[in-house]
Structure formats: C-alpha cells, structure tokens
Design a protein around this ligand. Structure first.
Ligand code: SF4
Length: 109
C-alpha cells in the first residue's frame, strides 16, 4: 500500500513538472523574425520596409502598381490581421513585417 502511494506521488510530481514546463517550451518555439541579411531573404530582396526595396534589382515592385504590394496584402502572409509581425509561409513561418515585401509577393486570389 505504501509503495502504491509513493508511486502515485512520483507520477503526480512528474505530471506537474511537465505542466510547468509546457508554457516555457511554447515560448521558446515562437517563430523568429526574418533577418534581411539571411541568404534566402537577400535572394528574394526582402525588406522590412517595402519602400527600401531595390527596384532596379526587383522591378516587380517599381511604379505605382508595385508600390501597392506589401506583405500585408500578400497571399503568403499568415496569422491574424492587425499585427505588425506575422508568419510568412515562403520563409517557413518566420515573421515578416506587414509593411515589408519580397519578390515572391502575390495578391490574394
Ligand atoms: S512572400 Fe509575401 S508575405 Fe512573405 S515576405 Fe514575400 S511579400 Fe512578404
């Protein structure tokens, strides 16, 4: 009987430990912001501020029509609207700025 009680206490402690650690694990798994200097970001001309895109290298964003292209209205942006930093499926869920842009931009269908 005493052995069962000891085992129960051990299992309860273990369960409480897991419950305590889960929120911390969730925090460490939060997506990181995409860096403009990463090779993939550089290859696609990603900038946090779309006004800083080199339009000579990425003419897709040139002119009045190009100026309307932002991460905020790109089909690859995920997450709820209203946040400045949101996941982008092109960059594996890393966070991009709503006012950013890259050469993979496509409008919503
Ligand atoms: S794919 Fe779209 S949402 Fe992602 S970085 Fe490029 S423009 Fe922004």
């Amino acid at each position: 009987m005493r052995e069962v009680s000891r085992e129960r206490r051990r299992v309860l402690k273990l369960a409480l430990g897991v419950l305590f650690l889960l929120p911390a694990a969730g925090r460490t798994m939060a997506p990181e912001r995409l860096s403009e200097s990463e090779p993939a970001a550089r290859a696609l001309g990603y900038r946090h501020d779309a006004d800083e895109v080199d339009v000579t290298r990425f003419p897709k964003r040139a002119g009045p029509e190009g100026a309307t292209q932002l991460c905020a209205n790109c089909r690859f942006l995920e997450g709820g609207p209203g946040k400045d930093w949101r996941p982008c499926s092109i960059f594996g869920g890393r966070l991009v700025h709503a006012r950013g842009w890259c050469n993979s931009w496509l409008p919503f269908e």
